[in-house]
Write a protein that binds this ligand. Structure first.
Ligand code: MG
Length: 330
C-alpha cells in the first residue's frame, strides 16, 4: 500500500530540438511520488513522446488520476504494457537501487544539431573530449546533408565515430543512397533509416549494406525490441529507457540475450535520467557510448542535473532530485 500523488510539469527547451518529426520546443511530463507503509518515499518521472509512439501525457495523467491514494502494488502492476512511460516511472519510484561504484565510467555520445550547424558544433565537442557523435539527418535535402556528412567526416579524428539518425524520414531509395555513401567510413551506425511501418525495408537494408543499422522508433517499448530480436534483427537497438518500461525488465532482457543496445535520452529531466544512469553505471548493459550527450536541455540546474561530459560516472547522478523537483512544482 502506498500514498500516491503526482504533479505535471512543463519546461521550455533552452534550444528547440530539430528532428525529422519537426521542432520540439517544450518538455511536458509528470513527476509522481509514492510513499510506502514504512515512510520510504520514492519519485518517478513520466516523460512521454507521443509523436514517437508512446502513450500521451493525457493518457498518463488519466491513469494517475485513477490510481488514487492509497494505491496497491496490484493496481500499479496492472498498468498496460502499452504505457511504457508510466511503467518506467512506477518501477523507478518503487526501486531501491544502490549507487554504482564511483570508479565506473562510460563514454557518452554528443548530440550534434541538424544541418550544417553540426560542423562547428563537432569542432567544439571534440575540444571538450567527446569521441562519439550523433547527427540528426533527414531534416534537409539529401544532397545538402550528404555534403555536410563529408565535412563532418573530414574533421573526425581516426578514433572517433559518428552516428546518423534519420528518425525514419527517408524513403528506401534515399536510405540506399545514404548507406552506399556511409560504407567503409567511420559511421558507427545509421539509426532508423526508414519509418517503423516499413519493417521489410529495414530488414532489406540491413542485409544489403555493410553499414550497421539501429532501430529506435521501431523499438519504443521493450516488447517491440524483444520481437525484433526474436526475429533475428542483426543490428543495434537504441533504447530510451524512459519510454521502454520498467528498468529491471530492460536489465534482465539485456542480461539474458546480450542484445547490442545503446541507452539513449528521451529528453527526460535529471530525475529520470539519474535512474537510467544509475542502472547503466551499475551493470554491463552496453559497450556503446551512452546517448545522453544532449547538453543543457532546460538551462536550469534543477531540471538538467549535473553536466554530462564525454565520460559519464557517478557524479552525473543527481542525488535528491526527486524531492527537489517535487517541491519546486505547484
Ligand atoms: Mg533516434
Amino acid at each position: 500500500m502506498y500514498r500516491f500523488a503526482y504533479k505535471t510539469y512543463r519546461q521550455p527547451l533552452r534550444v528547440p530540438l530539430r528532428t525529422a518529426h519537426g521542432n520540439w520546443a517544450e518538455r511536458e511530463g509528470i513527476i509522481l511520488r509514492l510513499e510506502d507503509d514504512t515512510g520510504r518515499v520514492g519519485y518517478g518521472e513520466i516523460a512521454p513522446i507521443p509523436w514517437f509512439g508512446t502513450e500521451s501525457l493525457a493518457e498518463a495523467e488519466e491513469l494517475c488520476r485513477k490510481f488514487g491514494s492509497p494505491v496497491t502494488d496490484q493496481v500499479l502492476d496492472a498498468v498496460s504494457e502499452t504505457c511504457g512511460c508510466v511503467r518506467f516511472a512506477l518501477a523507478m519510484a518503487r526501486a531501491h537501487v544502490p549507487a554504482p561504484a564511483a570508479t565506473v565510467r562510460l563514454p557518452v555520445a554528443a548530440l550534434l544539431p541538424a544541418g550544417p550547424a553540426a560542423v562547428k558544433q563537432l569542432a567544439q565537442r571534440l575540444e571538450t573530449g567527446f569521441l562519439a557523435f550523433k547527427w540528426k539527418v533527414g531534416v534537409g535535402a539529401v544532397d545538402d546533408e550528404l555534403g555536410v556528412l563529408d565535412d563532418l567526416l573530414e574533421q573526425l579524428p581516426a578514433h572517433a565515430r559518428l552516428r546518423l539518425d534519420a528518425n525514419g524520414a527517408w524513403s528506401r531509395p534515399q536510405a540506399e543512397r545514404w548507406l552506399a555513401r556511409c560504407a567503409e567510413r567511420p559511421v558507427e551506425f545509421v539509426e532508423q533509416p526508414v519509418a517503423p511501418a516499413d519493417a521489410d525495408a529495414l530488414r532489406g537494408l540491413a542485409t544489403d549494406y555493410p553499414v550497421t543499422l539501429a532501430l529506435d522508433e521501431s523499438v519504443v517499448r521493450l516488447a517491440d525490441a524483444r520481437r525484433w530480436q526474436a526475429e533475428g534483427w542483426p543490428g543495434v537497438f537504441v533504447i530510451k529507457p524512459a519510454l521502454a518500461g520498467p528498468l529491471p525488465e530492460l536489465i534482465a532482457w539485456i542480461a539474458a540475450t546480450k542484445a547490442d543496445v545503446v541507452l539513449s535520452s528521451a529528453i527526460e529531466t535529471a530525475l529520470g535520467r539519474s535512474a537510467i544512469l544509475r542502472a547503466a553505471l551499475g551493470g554491463s548493459l552496453t559497450r556503446r557510448a551512452l546517448g545522453f550527450g544532449v547538453g543543457e536541455i532546460f538551462g536550469a540546474r534543477i531540471w538538467d542535473g549535473p553536466v554530462i561530459g564525454p565520460l559519464a560516472d557517478a557524479s552525473c547522478i543527481a542525488a535528491g532530485t526527486g524531492e527537489e523537483l517535487w517541491n519546486a512544482l505547484n
